[in-house]
Unconditional design. Sequence first.
Lengths: 410, 271
Amino acid sequence: MPADTSITSQLNSLRTGPDERGHFGVHGGRFVAETLMPLMLELEQAYNETRTDPQFQEELDYYLRHYVGRPSPLWHARRLSETLGGAQIYLKREELNHTGSHKLNNVMGQILLARRMGKTRIVAETGAGQHGVATATVCALFGLDCEIYMGATDVERQKPNVFRMHLLGAKVHPVTAGAGTLKDAMNEAMRDWVANVENTYFLVGTVAGPHPYPAMVRDFQSIIGTEAREQIQEQTGRLPDAVVAAIGGGSNAMGIFHPFLDDADVPLYGVEAAGLGLDSGKTAASIARGRPGVLHGNRTYLLQDEHGQITEAHSISAGLDYPGIGPEHSWLKDIGRVNYVSATDDQALEAFQTLTRLEGIIPALESAHAVAHAIVLAPTMTKDQTIIVNLSGRGDKDVPTVAAHLGVKL
Amino acid sequence: MSRIKAYFDRLKEEGRGALLPYLEAFDPDRETSLALLRQMPEAGADLIEVGVPFSDPSADGPTIQLAARRGLKAGATLKGTLELIQDFRKENDHTPIILMGYYNPIDSYGAERFCKDARSAGVDGLIVVDLPPEESEELAPHARAEGLDMITLTAPTTPDDRLKTILRKASGFVYHVSITGITGTRSATEEQLKAAMTRLRTATDLPVVAGFGISTPEQARTASRISDGAVVASAIIKEMAATYDEHGHATARSIPTALEKIRSLAKAVRE
């Protein structure tokens, strides 16, 4: 479909954000200490220069094709669809990317940018370890120093990924502050960056943080939605009737949603991790149970107490265990373009097993939340309708966690 | 005239720089922090920074992170911190109090209501670490309306043209973060600080204080001579925290230890 570039359509587009100061509606922005502020401005300028540079795009395309393994397939999950008896489910197979998740799309883009900026040392935060592994991978590829901050709790529950990062030559710092999860790792990575600004690039893994990170990470992840939008039309002759993606910080969801934002007839579902239940006090559903506030450089929906102290998130999935969400999601919630729903730990575990048995695909626990919502949604739709589920990562890393929950000793 | 301006004017006449010790509210409990706050001026504190504990102090090093955690455990809130200052003001009307913290608790409290309550509690200035001038429009007008100084932070990474822009709206004094890093870790050299002050003096006529990494009396003396004041935070907290018992509770040695540290710093800036 040719791009409509008329002024009216641009004015009506939901894809033009953020504004020049990084705001999506009231969300986003650049809430950082002065030490970091000049860096954010420098990064924004560098990113603006590269995004319009055809040579950069060519270089990125080369690595995405030959190293990451793109495009990723769109798989018609027939047995799953038949079993549910409703809409046809298509899986966007991001778990087939090198390193096993969508994370490498963004990491590849940012590492090329960091190299252009002359940075020699990379720091990153990680939750489940997927972003850490992706970052350690490209650092190995380009010979850059790599320091990964990971909550001590996550280090414990994601041991295979920690060892992978070691093998790739990265230094993994377990963070013991707070509950030892993603938010604490994010704080510590920011502290490292502020202390080493001259040679260091902070490679943020999700669509959160100060501007320009939310926009930049979204742009690098949008390849998911761009491909999926073409693939579904090739396979079915039309646009899908729903797109479903799991949300922690929200990068895989933003990546698949963004190219569909102006397709007003395509409902979009972002699935938050409800943990033990939305009202259990043990949840990671920032939109369902949070309110807007300021953390990690942006204004967005946050889990917080009445005094503005950030509360701990809970999810069986380390990658969704974050008390915030990307600011563009918060805006999309406010304007009602995306439906934000949730799935509990138990629903995700169930979906994990269902998909594995019916399609021979072991999903990451993060992605299992999206599958769980598709399991709820599909039976309410007709057999000639379609749902695209973003299968953002593979589940090998979660096998020990799932075994433990099922009472199996490995 | 504001307490902050009056105080710096007097120091200028005396020909010396200021000592700005920092105290984390409710560390390790409300009574101890109030008692310490009350005795700080007599020990030689010129202006006092009161830290508002926050769950995610991303610009702070381990010492202040732990202090914030103890404060939160003891029930610290932004409202509770304002009440602490209100109690302090019952006995002291001249020592300027600067509230230092992160934006989310203020945002949650409501910027306008917060500025009103801070003013009536006796707060003189605000340092909001993660609220750069680009984002400060939601707080600054309310602060101005209540006569609260919004203290502008500068850093070694701030370019000259940006210095001029951000200092145009500054009031009270300027807080120069003298290192690229977090609180209580490394220190700036004398040369680095001198170079920074040369840049700052051309951009502002306000007093400039230096902070981050100042821990010894010698460092405080040097910093207060090159600039207009030295902020000492982690070093005081660290020595005080070493006196806590195994449960993190204050002991009879806690307040005297903190005061002793402040006295040694105060003596150095007065030599």
